[in-house]
Write a protein that binds this ligand. Structure first.
Ligand code: ZN
Length: 105
């Protein structure tokens, strides 16, 4: 199972500088998003406790932002998996691989 899941990684991502770079950026972005979202998630109740007069609009905006970050985090995770599995990426996005696999008919 693991072998199948990592097939794309070993056959392409591992050897392709631009994909490795993109994957690294994606992972850093997800980490930053998780840390930032976690901070807001933790600080939001504190903000309300320490400043009972805080605008409800501010609280709603921050809550929505936390949920949206969560959704973006999940979507980026889906994107990240494509670097390992790769089935969902159209072949036109992978010219190196297409060239290698293109067989004369
Ligand atoms: Zn590539």
């Amino acid at each position: 199972m693991e072998e199948v899941l990592l097939e794309k990684y070993h056959s392409h991502t591992e050897k392709c500088a631009s994909c490795r770079g993109a994957l690294g950026n994606l992972q850093r972005l997800r980490l930053g998003l998780a840390v930032g979202t976690g901070l807001v998630w933790v600080l939001l109740p504190l903000l309300v406790l320490l400043h009972p007069g805080v605008s409800i609009v501010t609280v709603i905006i921050l809550t929505v932002a936390v949920f949206m970050s969560g959704v973006v985090w999940l979507l980026l995770g889906k994107l990240e998996r494509q670097f390992y599995q790769g089935r969902e990426i159209p072949p036109r996005n992978w010219p190196e691989k297409v060239d290698k696999e293109a067989k004369p008919r």
